[in-house]
Design a protein around this ligand. Sequence first.
Ligand code: AMP
Ligand code: MG
Length: 395
Amino acid sequence: MVSVTEATQIIQSIRLSVNTVHLNLLEATGRVLAEDIPADQDFPPFHRVTMDGIAIHHQLFRKDHPFAIEGTQPAGLPRKKLNNLNNCLEVMTGAILPEGVDTVIRYEDVHIENGTALIKLEHLKPGMNIHTQGADAKKGMTLLIKGQRLTPAEIAVLASVGKANVLVYDSPRIAVVSSGDELVEITEQPEAHQVRRSNVYSLRAAIQDSGWRSDSHHLPDKKELVVEKLKTLLDHYDLMVLSGGVSQGKFDFIPETLTELGVTRLFHKVSQRPGKPFWFGHTPGKNVVFALPGNPVSTFLCFYRYIKPWIARQMGLQPPYSSAVLATDFEFQPELTYFLQVSVRHENGELIAYPIPGGGSGDFVNLKDADGFLELPPSQALFKAGEVYPYIPFR
Ligand code: AMP
Ligand code: MG
């Protein structure tokens, strides 16, 4: 048995080489960027008109003075010029600002009659209604950095700089594997002695949320079938995340089978609750295997506490550390790290963690009310309100 700290160190020392791949922009949504993205031009690329109206030179402004309209500058046409500075040009949103003018007055503040514009404003702010060239970013400036997750906002930036294809971290070949004869597919109606194999879905969703893709497999509780199937999976996948079959049960064949198939065990059992029977190993240069206890909260906790930060590190990212203040006293006697299900609130600039009543290790329906786990160290049994502990968010 190892401590939570030791388990963390062992896991972090194991690397999986991750390739990069060019993907079409839309396919890249949700992936992690593997290149820095510079601005290929100024943003905006020209002095851009932001209102439909007229443009003049501000020094010639006078209220209710007639400006003859010399022409129109629509969006998408090359830059025109105001020849006589006593006149004005009509300008449209999105157009380049014409030469000779520096201020735009919106139609709402103008009265136009017989080819002449009268400005109804008392005062005018020079340069108004113009988004100046380079105001948002100068050409060459880094807009996105390697390691950023691509959400629709980043996709917008990539599209603006013309990145139709973008370099992202490729997903290793990942198998998420459930185990147990009591499990049925989620589309089935379980019989009295059965449950749906929900862990596969929580794990695959969590992996997808980290920017990687996975396949799903299942192992029955029969030794020969476990051997046969695991052998094939180990040949086909770089990363395996199993759930179930790692405890002391008569049908928990997974740890012994993994070692029989040549996977080096790096630890089995972590002094924690939930998730004590956690098994971890690797075949150097071939695969990494996380075998998690099947209890749905254990599986969930182990993913967020160990696997998610590990995935981040494989893509060169420093996983964020977070902490929260315990809101009420809490007692836990056994000499194990306890991962307490909490909901959190920001109060006076602090993150306050409220224990979820009944959030024991098996009750995963409570997870929908929780925001994360507070990590309570094994050295204490009494945890006082106001004390600060590491916080593992899953929202
Ligand atoms: P095990 O770790 O195989 O002893 O399983 C512990 C508990 O978790 C049992 O109640 C299992 O039925 C349940 N369990 C195991 N795998 C899953 C799964 N994929 N989805 C939901 N529950 C599971
Ligand atoms: Mg089982």
